[in-house]
Write a protein that binds this ligand. Structure first.
Ligand code: BV8
Ligand code: ZN
Length: 258
């Protein structure tokens, strides 16, 4: 089993890395993941609350779940893992973060190049007329109603996240595929790699001759093909990589001299 030192060595030799993150990146911020034993799907059927069919069939049921989910995501703060990826990007060791997460925590931690392949809670489209509402406007509506309505046509708005059975945003997915094919190192952090088509990205890297590094608490279908496999928590593992690459001290020097 690999260590943070092995990760730091692979970033140093093969970087800048492209990072692919999943819900396991945010559990240390208090947001449950999906497929761990304690994950969200142990409580609720994803196809009841997170599929496009469910939304078209019973939007209020979906919103009863999403209204709570959005509140939880906004109450969370970036953890050491998010901060570490932002520091690695600033130092040129990370080219971009492709994330399946909709919680905005990479952006809030300071990562500049974040590709949100499953959308986010930033915007809320109207499927009836194509209008879009902001998170702030939707939160204001949720104070007094179960589901936000489109200001133009009155239809119930959809959360701006990719639901099961929905196509991923084409531009985001095309960029993610290009990054996966071009990088010499794809670092996967906190994902079970079971949701397609994102789960196909590590295969793109390997087929193009790149290497795979994985930091995950449980096994994934790509473990056997990973050059570095770390079975540990993302927050402390990534913070240790920052320290081993001498960036932690760099940050201190900066504050000391400024
Ligand atoms: C689509 C809800 C085209 C929003 C989600 C083949 C090709 C194309 C499609 C499919 C296909 N096969 C099947 C499909 C359908 C489906 C799919 O993949 N189903 C799976 C379950 C088999 N895919 C789709 O429907 C996609 N759409 O392909 O459209 C199409 C169109 C019409 C008809 C057909 C096809 C849409 C997929 C996106 C669904 N949206 N999100 C929301 O988040 O609220 S699902 C959900 O899964 C999230 O988006 C999440 O990001 C994503 C992936 O999960 P992970 O992030 O990996 O999280 P998970 O809990 O699974 O794993 C976390 C891991 O972290 C665990 O292993 C845990 O041990 C570890 N961990 C936890 N804590 C830590 C940690 N590790 C380290 N440190 C820690 N601290
Ligand atoms: Zn509308």
């Amino acid at each position: 089993m690999g260590t943070a030192a092995d990760l730091a060595a692979s970033v140093r030799e093969r970087g800048p890395a492209v990072v692919l993150t999943g819900a396991g990146m945010s559990t240390e911020s208090g947001i449950p993941d999906f497929r761990s034993a304690t994950g969200i799907w142990a409580e609720v059927d994803p196809f009841e609350v997170a599929s496009i069919d469910a939304f078209l069939r019973d939007p209020l049921r979906v919103w009863r779940w999403y209204g709570k989910r959005i509140g939880g995501l906004l109450a969370a703060a970036p953890n050491a893992g998010h901060e570490a990826l932002a520091a690695l990007e600033r130092a040129g060791h990370v080219r971009a973060v492709v994330t399946q997460n909709i919680d905005l925590l990479h952006t809030r931690a300071g990562s500049g190049d974040v590709v949100e392949v499953h959308g986010s809670i930033r915007r809320f489209p109207c499927l009836a007329c194509g209008a879009e509402e902001s998170l702030e406007a939707v939160l204001a509506q949720l104070e007094t109603r179960e589901a936000p309505l489109c200001p133009s046509c009155g239809a119930i708005l959809k959360p701006g996240v990719v639901m099961f059975g929905e196509l991923l945003p084409p531009a985001a997915m095309e960029r993610a595929e290009r990054l996966a094919r071009e990088t010499r190192l794809l670092l996967v952090v906190g994902s079970s790699l079971q949701v397609w088509p994102v789960a196909g990205l590590p295969g793109e890297t390997l087929r193009a001759g790149g290497a795979l590094a994985i930091v995950n608490l449980e096994e994934t279908p790509y473990d056997a093909e990973a050059a570095v496999l770390v079975r540990g928590p993302s927050g402390s593992m990534l913070a240790e990589v920052v320290r081993l690459l001498g960036l932690g001290s760099l940050r201190n020097d900066v504050t000391a001299s400024s």
